[in-house]
Design a protein around this ligand. Structure first.
Ligand code: NAD
Ligand code: GLY
Length: 352
């Protein structure tokens, strides 16, 4: 089993190994005082894995309840969040009890925010079931729900007590969702490691799951340690996201997040070549790796729509934005630009 120690406002471990799901109870039992667990999950994941986690928790002596909501980003809402809090209160959960987030990033973000705020904070465990959640969202303590007109606009930094990654659960993940996780994995390689980039080129992610999850979580752990509250270096993790958000919005969210991030990385890589930050050779290698994982490298939305969509969720008061620009594979830079300049960066990246 791989064990990664995360040190932030709370210290905790990320455990990675095939088959861990069935040992959740044992793994959690030393960490919590209370005797009641609430499994929070969605209606795709709970039927697949809920019983296994419930049985394991019960075997370790916990009383277990479950709160299951419809899958999808729409459920990352104030309405479902409030329902969950009401459920916890009506079942008399106390601060010594705990929540178990069993699912992808939607489940993890919503459960984490409920845990951060219910009775001013109760413990929670992350059991991520998508590749994206394993390599990114379950670690680092960003929790949130969406408002009608803004993603992640209500949230908290609140670290879990433990993260349990069982790569076996990825066998039921739809292919498109798996590939979206691969886009985030490629992002880590472009940001931090040419060697890892080579490994992703030579060996498919599905053939080296534990190694890939371990590598990405270690990279994220290091970033979170140096900038838990997202005031500087952590912004690097937004590589490809400014253009990516624009693609998602222009497609009315028919392009999935990971696909949009893949496009965003390609646009910024092309632009970085034109502006002298990155060699043409490295940009080609980034695009090739993204193609290798059947991810898109360009979207055909008009430049004016893309530009306004990219800025729509940025703070109105600030004239500047920070974009993440690759210098070479394994090294990127935070570059502050005027918002008005973003349109030229997009044009240079091939958006018409
Ligand atoms: P998701 O949670 O919506 O899961 C994707 C789909 O896969 C869902 O339909 C889900 O039911 C299904 N699913 C999950 N695991 C499965 C499994 N093992 N087998 C079969 N089906 C399964 O999406 P996601 O991509 O995991 O997460 C996206 C969310 O994560 C977004 O809301 C995003 O904002 C958030 N996010 C948060 C952070 C953070 O740091 N907190 C980082 C990145 C993304
Ligand atoms: N996924 C971005 C972050 O955790 O900061």
């Amino acid at each position: 089993m791989t064990v990664i120690e995360v040190s932030a406002s709370k210290n905790y471990q990320v455990l990675i190994s095939e088959g861990l799901l069935g040992s959740s109870g044992e793994l959690i039992s030393g960490l919590v005082k209370g005797k009641t667990a609430v499994i929070v999950s969605d209606d795709n994941v709970f039927p697949l894995y809920g019983e296994r986690v419930k049985n394991s928790l019960e075997k370790s002596g916990f009383a277990v309840m479950s709160f299951v909501f419809p899958h999808g980003e729409k459920s990352k809402s104030m309405a479902v969040y409030t329902e969950l809090l009401e459920f916890l209160l009506s079942n008399r959960l106390t601060r010594s009890d705990f929540l178990v987030a069993l699912g992808g990033g939607v489940v993890g973000d919503l459960t984490g925010f409920a845990a951060a705020t219910y009775q001013r904070g109760i413990g929670f465990i992350q059991i991520p079931t998508t590749l994206l959640a394993m390599v990114d969202s379950s670690v680092g303590g960003k929790t949130a729900v969406n408002l009608e007109n803004g993603k992640n606009q209500v949230g908290a930094f609140y670290q879990p007590s433990l993260v349990i990654c069982d790569p076996n659960v990825l066998s039921t993940l739809p292919k498109d969702e798996f590939l979206c996780g691969c886009a985030e994995v490629i992002k880590y390689a472009v940001l931090f490691s040419e060697e890892f980039f080579g490994e992703l080129m030579n060996t498919p992610v599905e053939n080296q799951l534990e190694h890939v999850i371990k590598t990405c979580v270690t990279m994220k752990r290091d970033i979170v340690k140096s900038d838990e509250f997202d005031l500087g270096l952590r912004m690097l993790l937004n590589l490809g996201h400014t253009v990516g958000h624009a693609v998602e919005a222009c497609s009315r969210f028919t392009v999935l997040h990971g696909q949009a991030v893949a496009i965003g990385m390609c646009v910024i890589a092309r632009s970085a070549v034109k502006r002298g930050y990155l060699s043409n050779d490295d940009a080609q290698r980034i695009v090739s790796l993204i193609e290798k994982y059947s991810l898109p490298t360009m979207a055909e939305y008009p430049i004016d729509d893309m530009f306004s969509a990219a800025l729509s969720d940025k703070k109105a008061s600030s004239k500047d934005i920070t974009i993440i620009v690759p210098r070479k594979i394994g090294e990127c830079e935070l570059v502050k630009i005027k918002k008005s300049e973003l349109i030229d960066w997009m044009k240079d990246g091939g958006v018409k």
